[in-house]
Design a protein around this ligand. Sequence first.
Ligand code: NCD
Length: 309
Amino acid sequence: MNFKGRDIVSIKDLTKEEILHVLDVGGEMVPIAQGKEKSDLLGGKIMASLFFEPSTRTRLSFETAMKRLGGEVIGFAQPGATSLQKGETLADTIRTAESYCDVIVMRHPHEGSAKMAADFASVPIINGGDGAGHHPTQCLLDLFTIRKEKGKIDENVIALLGDLKYGRTVHSLAYALSLFKVKMIFIAPEQLQMPKEVVEECQSMGAKISFETDLENAIEGIDVLYVTRIQKERFPDPEEYNKVVGIYKIDTKLLKKAKEDMVILHPLPRVYEIEPDVDKTRHAAYFRQAFNGVPVRMALLALVTGVRE
Ligand code: NCD
């Protein structure tokens, strides 16, 4: 297994063994991520964090991961303050940034942008989300969370709920879960169902998938409920967004029908999908999930920079 110098553009770039290795190394990183142990594993390394689109968890957890491992961070979260404003191309921005750092983490509104950056750069590019395309590091932390919360990934019924059309986290997660022995239920209104090409590719990998529009119909059989936000910013027509906003709402009444040990994940941010009083229930795992971004991203940074095998 050799991660050194690799780009992580899509979860499909990794084999199942490689995914499990990242999760194992992530497990070792937990005490450092919690600040209980010190490490200088990434001492002398610099990560460029190039965020062309809003982010809270992805950017902050990557930066925390780098700093907890003794590395340094440069970058921007407001592309308006960079030369892009003067008309510089993404390619030129990447070519410049790569000469300042050892690894680039980027998020961009255009699908395919991370792939393009990877073609230009010689340092590893880690995709922190490209439009409605992929979000491989979120996927790794989602798998890490499922394994931690449920003890294993296999043999779970995992429902992906909400905006499966525009949600990049669920695209990546559907591909990854196709490598495991799970049952997936895609719960969405017709117009926001999982893109056909994603479904077909998952099925060709052997995935067992069923489709649903009504959450109440399915809730009883679910082990892991992965909730997503309706991706307002990706709707070409605001009228279409207005038709589906608030369509699913997880509240304590609905949860009475759920299995005792069903866990709720959400990549966050949530808007209307989960009522705040669900946070206190035993089902809520989404803030632990957000923490898991730190050890998993530590693992990935250490692996692609080659300081850890
Ligand atoms: C997600 C994203 O940006 O795709 N957030 C995240 O990275 N944790 C989900 C979303 O924005 O809805």
